[in-house]
Design a protein around this ligand. Structure first.
Ligand SMILES: [Zn+2]
Length: 288
């Protein structure tokens, strides 16, 4: 039950050459989502205490855990959370560990997983499913739908979702992207030190780069983490001025290619949450 990348992407993985592949995983993801959604619907709220509400007799303990984010120990009925990591990560981990408990309580799903996967792959699938469950617990469909209805598929919607669900921007990004119908690419951009090895690098040595990006289903583009954002791009201007910007501009691919897009750049503390609304019929192929 170790969870290294607790708030990493919860995207479907590419199946390996021999079946069971994506189909079995997609079905399991859907069942996990239903399981978590059902659990969440009965909760009095989504704060730490409320999240535990549906797990009878399970104890919650916060303690330093080194590199681990948390664990669920079914034998002693206890969820452990690493108290040394940032609060939003603790929160995601708690939801992830609750999902482990929910999964262990669902004999049908568990036995289907054991039929379809084995060994390391089974472990991997279980971790993926618990991330899916965690996202569903913290970001119910109606919350996401509400953000999209109110703000559209925009950088602003991304910022509001992260704030209201109290999750990291990357966690919010994947959930929002999954529910977006329009051809939109989302990104979180932030300042990164340009030359980490050079101790003389001051603030001037920082460059604005993409931290994470992901598109709505069917969007075949993404921006690789580390892709620099040009100084005159609306995303950079939004960070400088601290003002949200909506403007026809472009996706700054690392290759230098500029794909036209309507950019919605929403500054939030030291970062900018961005949506790129792509042309309806992208003609070209993948570029990352
Ligand atoms: Zn886990």
């Amino acid at each position: 039950m170790s969870d290294v990348p607790a708030d990493l992407p919860t995207r479907p993985e590419t199946g390996t050459d021999s079946a069971p592949g994506p189909d079995a995983l997609a079905a399991a993801r859907a069942r996990m989502r239903t399981l978590a959604t059902g659990y969440a619907a009965a909760l009095p709220g989504r704060d730490t205490h409320s999240l535990m509400h549906g797990l009878d007799g399970v104890q919650l303990t916060f303690m330093p855990m080194g590199d681990r984010d948390g664990a669920f120990d079914p034998e002693h009925n206890v969820i452990l959370i690493n108290s040394r990591v940032r609060p939003e990560r603790q929160r995601f981990t708690l939801a992830h560990e609750i999902s482990h408990a929910l999964l262990l309580g669902d004999d049908d799903l568990l036995s289907d997983l054991h039929d379809a996967f084995e060994g390391d792959r089974l472990e991997q699938v279980i971790e993926t499913l618990c991330n899916v469950g965690a996202a569903a617990l913290l970001m119910p469909t109606d919350l996401i739908a509400g953000m999209l209805a109110r703000f559209g598929p925009t950088g602003r919607a991304l910022g509001e979702l992260a704030r209201r669900a109290d999750v990291s921007a990357s966690t919010a990004l994947y959930a929002l992207a999954e529910h977006t119908d329009a051809p939109v690419l989302y990104a979180v951009c932030a300042l990164t030190r340009a030359g980490r090895d050079d101790p003389d690098d001051g603030p001037a040595g920082k460059v604005l780069t993409v931290r994470v990006s992901g598109g709505a289903p069917g969007v075949k583009y993404s921006l690789r983490p580390g892709t620099p954002v040009p100084d005159d791009h609306p995303v950079a201007v939004a960070l400088d001025t601290r003002l949200p910007i909506v403007q026809d501009s472009y996706v700054p691919f690392r290759s230098g290619r500029r794909m036209p897009a309507q950019v919605d750049a929403f500054p939030d503390r030291q970062r900018v949450l961005v949506s790129f609304r792509l042309p309806d019929r992208p003609a070209a192929r993948d570029e990352a």
